[in-house]
Design a protein around this ligand. Sequence first.
Ligand code: 5AD
Ligand code: SF4
Length: 440
Amino acid sequence: MKPSPKTFHVKSFGCQMNVYDGERMAELMLAEGMTATDDANAADLVVLNTCHIRERATEKVYSDIGRLRKGARQSGRSAPMVAVAGCVAQAEGEEIVRRAGVDVVVGPQAYHNLPALVAQAASGAPALDTDMPIASKFGALPARRRVAPSAFLTVQEGCDKFCTYCVVPYTRGAEVSRPFAAIVDEAKALVDAGAREITLLGQNVNAWGQDQGGLEALIVALDRLPGLERIRYTTSHPNDMTQGLIDAHAQVGKLMPFLHLPVQSGSDRVLKAMNRSHDRDSYLRLLDRVRAARPDIALSGDFIVGFPGETDAEFAETLSLVDAVGYAQAFSFKYSPRPGTPAATMPDQIAPEIMDERLQRLQAALNRDQAAFNAKTLGRTCDVLIERAGKLPGQMLGKSPWLQSVHLLTDAAIGDMVEVDIVRADPNSLSGLERRRAAA
Ligand code: 5AD
Ligand code: SF4
């Protein structure tokens, strides 16, 4: 028997969906009468909500468990109960119990059972649940509580695309869309709990609801929600970018001018080996249509360098695609072989030094374009949603419609929408002067 935990701490790694899941797990524990603490070293229960997308993300989990136990030993406390949730839990299951002796392992589709699993672990038996039940976990979760002005809402999970490098189809399962009405209800609850911006989340969010009118129908419905000011969505797949959704960027007032559309590579040979099912040209033409609908749209992407067999010339095609697009921001990664994925056993794995060099060159190009995009915002006036206090006295931080961080001196509160003149553009953020406070 271990004492039932009274305090808990949830630490989420990886993507925004994990952040969302982490919040919902916290709500479950609060509903059980437990108290949240910001200090992992003071908690009776630590939930590590893990990511499996790249190797380093996985290794972090094991080092975190070691650190937590060492911290407890050094301060003379008994070791906390540790629950491993998220995608590493799904992928490694019992292996984690064997390797790290943790108390609870719970997959991303089973976390509504967390309180029961914690109770089982408290009675002395390690508890494991990595089922992917047909019935959705969402119905079993408690109501939303207080949330930040910018909130996440998962509308779709899983992936049927099977890109050859990616673990997501294995850890998150098949593509599933939540029902329209349940999403609208949750959006209302989020607004009541303080949200003014909602980011709709899905591994393939733009594949949401193909039998429910498509993502644009959901966006149009949320546009009518009083109190909600901004709508965003991520992550999209180029093949599911319908004309209806593109048109929504021209027509729906609350839909922000931002699109995260991963391309991964600029080489058709590599895209094919990745099983991406779009090519360089179809991607670029798609972006032309998006820009025609919303000329000021900020474009974002994901890139992988050093996919097996990638030649210098193929990598150069990625650089030239970056030049052609002019991204407002982007994420870039070194290829990491994931166990069980087809690419992990492909010939011609690329040497780490070559990956390092390519990543540096790619990031230099992406940083250049991000700085250029920010510089274009200089002198513009835009709304900023205040999200948190800045480092300087009186300084607040918020986001522009194009998802840039904006610093400003203001007595506006978190959650206020402020009209701002952009007076300074740096490579990673903007600074503004308050012009007017939008009515709350
Ligand atoms: N190695 C490196 N990067 C990866 N990504 C997904 N799988 C891998 C992998 N095995 C990147 C892709 C994806 C983002 C979420 O993570 O760019 O879009
Ligand atoms: Fe990481 Fe993908 Fe799981 Fe998100 S869905 S936590 S990115 S492996």
